[in-house]
Design a protein. Structure first.
Length: 248
């Protein structure tokens, strides 16, 4: 069975300890989110899990057959148009250009892009369109495991919900596992089977929250109800320093 297993993971940048004794397992078909305040080590943890950073202490074992990554910003190649940006992963693994472009067209349309957008370059795209292209590029290769680094944070509410719905549909249809980081609790509740709460200085996991209701059955009422409940948790209050936000 494919899985990502993290054991006793600790990481330093110079003399500063960023992460301490991180342990969790992501199984096939699961969506796991890591929430915590900015600067708490979430992105570092994601980079270690995805192989973008070398593990210093502890273990990260990834038995998934393939993986891809979508970042907070689009990170599109400015000299390539929309279709060529989406197809780059397919071409890199040896697919023929014609087949790669056809697959790229199909997923671009699925993510709300129009045919008239296909020949546009990144400079001609809005921020939301760039994120559509970024998601299409990550998913067109049909990864077993998808890493997401706060990919919805710069999007408006409507587009955020639309892309999240697309992500849920594709993950369920293709049985994709997802590991993503966010500071948005409602986003984590909407998408995750399990949420890990990462407290800072150094980053360490202090609590886990699990949900049994399938993602496609979680309406706004469910998300709001669970958000209210979780935001009253003492570890959430301490981790996000919510007490300091109370009006005097």
């Amino acid at each position: 069975m494919e899985k990502l297993e993290v054991k006793h993971l600790t990481h330093h940048f110079g003399f500063t300890e960023i992460l301490r004794d991180i342990n969790f397992t992501l199984h096939k078909g699961e969506i796991l989110s890591i929430v915590g305040p900015s600067g708490g080590g979430k992105t570092t943890l994601l980079h270690l899990c995805s192989g973008l950073l070398d593990v210093q202490e502890g273990e990260v074992t990834n038995s998934f057959k393939s993986s891809s990554f979508a970042f907070q910003e689009g990170r599109l190649l400015p000299w390539k148009n929309v279709l060529d940006n989406i197809a780059i992963g397919l071409l890199a693994r040896g697919e023929k250009k014609t087949a790669a472009i056809e697959k790229s067209k199909a997923i671009a349309l699925k993510f709300g892009l129009e045919e008239e957008d296909f020949e546009k370059f990144p400079k001609d795209l809005s921020g939301g369109m760039k994120q559509r292209v970024s998601f299409a590029r990550a998913l067109v290769v049909k990864p077993s495991l998808l890493f997401l680094d706060e990919p919805f944070s710069a999007l408006d509410i409507g587009l955020k919900k639309e892309l999240q719905t697309h992500l849920i549909e594709i993950s369920q249809k293709e049985n994709i596992s997802i590991l993503f980081i966010t500071h948005d609790m409602m986003e984590a509740i909407r998408l995750s089977d399990e949420i890990l709460l990462l407290k800072a200085d150094p980053g360490h996991i202090v609590k886990k929250f699990s949900f049994d209701l399938p993602q496609n059955e979680r309406d706004d009422a469910f998300v709001y109800e669970q958000s209210v409940k979780i935001l009253q948790d003492k570890d959430i209050i301490e981790t996000f320093e919510l007490n300091s936000l109370e009006l005097k």
